[in-house]
Design a protein around this ligand. Structure first.
Ligand code: AMP
Length: 428
């Protein structure tokens, strides 16, 4: 199938051509025709499938059929993260390049002034994260009474990230009569109940999740020790010429440390996570996309919705706790027909996670056993509640010391009674 088979107007075809798109992806092929007819759509699809174009194109076409001089908000796209919001907005700008429609994006973490100014000028399409939308609506800057089309993007992540309350609040502000396009990678119970309340006789579309493309990704496993991971990563990046590498760490601290150590080793890297300012995150992402930065180090939350084309390699510096996350992470490479490479490190404390991932994949991850930093620690280190390593001997010594001081305290507490009794006995 070709985009021309979808009967799209020439302005859209031209814009898609400029983006280098030749054929529609499965979700676009299935969702664009019913969405153009005004049907509600329930799309079970994740980032990477081309879902943004699948909803943005019908929105642009439908809104373009009738022009409104004062540009009231006629389409609203709710999306869980700022990065995803910005990327959605970029798509509306790109696909709508030859149409006279306006789109605006609003998200938290930055001053509201410029966003309010943009809203006051009028916008046909508003892309928003829930918190900022609710905030500006309650301040009276947003009028949703002319809304015709509503998109809920990545509904399951909205739940994961705790936005469900905001989303439900926002739903009450939308006109009853509207077209709804609903996308979620997974359909947990809470998402299904949202669907039931929101969609009317929807066209249900499920496209292959990233799982099915996982086979096309060159996956390898390196068993190593926690303390050697940074050297292993540096060594690998020096050996191979992957131009754009996304490294996943478990924690924000870990992300900072890895980025810092890579930089020290002369490999350009930046960490991207929620503690960084929005400007810093956007700058790092822009540098990475432009090829000025070779490595981006991220936590799962920060990496959500990052639309990075042409990612050559994903590194699991830490294995994720949830096996599906492994599949999501590595699905970021090998997109759009590119060959993907996924490298995973596993230390002795991550063997359980590895087993769960391999069970999910249905086969073991091919292992590279010949490398300079092999696993030597064969017992998982003892850690405290915060995950800090404890030397078992130190722990025993501390326990013994605690016991001793407890005994001393107890005997001290008993001790004062003796002289008092003695004194009383003497008095008698
Ligand atoms: P999405 O799932 O919307 O985040 O899209 C994933 C990536 O695929 C984005 O980088 C899009 O620019 C790209 N893309 C979307 N549709 C097509 C298409 N029909 N042909 C080639 N690339 C596409």
């Amino acid at each position: 199938m070709n985009f021309t088979d979808l009967n799209l107007p020439s302005e859209i075809l031209q814009a898609l051509k400029e983006q280098g798109y030749e054929t529609p992806t499965p979700i676009q092929e299935k969702a664009i025709p019913p969405a153009l007819q005004g049907r509600d759509v329930l799309g079970c699809a994740q980032t990477g499938t081309g879902k943004t174009c699948a909803f943005a194109v019908p929105i642009l076409i439908r809104l373009d059929r009738e022009h409104r001089e004062n540009h009231p908000i006629r389409a609203l796209v709710l999306t869980p993260t700022r990065e995803l919001a910005i990327q959605n907005q970029d798509c509306f700008v790109a696909y709508g390049a030859h149409l006279p429609l306006r789109s605006t994006v609003i998200f938290g973490g930055v001053g509201q002034g410029p966003q309010v100014e943009a809203l006051e000028k009028g916008t046909d399409i508003l892309v928003a994260t829930p918190g900022r939308l609710a905030d500006l609506y309650q301040q009276g800057y947003i009028d949703l009474s002319a809304l015709e089309i509503f998109v809920l993007d990545e509904a399951d992540r909205m739940l994961d990230m705790g936005f469900i309350h905001d989303v439900k609040k926002i739903l009450k502000w939308l006109p009853e009569k509207k077209q709804t396009l609903f996308f979620s990678a997974t359909m947990p119970k809470e998402v299904r109940s949202l669907v039931d309340g929101l969609l009317h006789d929807p066209v249900r579309i499920a496209v292959d999740p990233v799982n099915s493309t996982v086979d096309a990704i060159d996956q390898t496993l390196y068993r190593t020790d926690k303390s050697k991971k940074i050297r292993l990563l540096t060594w690998l990046l020096e050996q191979r010429d992957y131009p754009s590498v996304l490294v996943f760490t478990r924690t924000k601290h870990g992300a900072n440390r890895v980025a810092r150590d890579l930089e020290r080793a002369g490999i350009s890297a930046a960490a991207i996570h929620g503690n960084k300012s929005q400007t810093a995150r956007q700058a790092a992402l822009a540098d990475f996309k432009a090829g000025r930065l070779r490595v981006l180090v991220a936590t799962d939350i920060a990496a959500r919705g990052l639309d990075i084309e042409a990612l050559s390699c994903v590194v699991n510096y830490n294995l994720p706790d949830v096996p599906e996350t492994y599949v999501h992470r590595i699905g970021r490479t090998g997109r759009a027909g590119l060959d993907g490479v996924a490298i995973s490190f596993c230390d002795v404390s991550e063997l359980e996670e590895l087993a769960a991932i391999e069970k999910q994949l249905g086969r073991p991850i091919p292992e590279v056993s010949q490398h300079p930093y092999p696993m030597e620690e064969m017992e998982a280190p003892v850690t405290d509640k915060k995950g800090r390593r404890i030397n078992p001997e130190d722990a025993e010594a501390r326990e013994a010391a605690r016991e001793q001081s407890k005994k001393r305290r107890e005997s001290r507490e008993k001790a004062p009674a003796a002289p008092a009794q003695a004194a009383q006995a003497k008095a008698e």
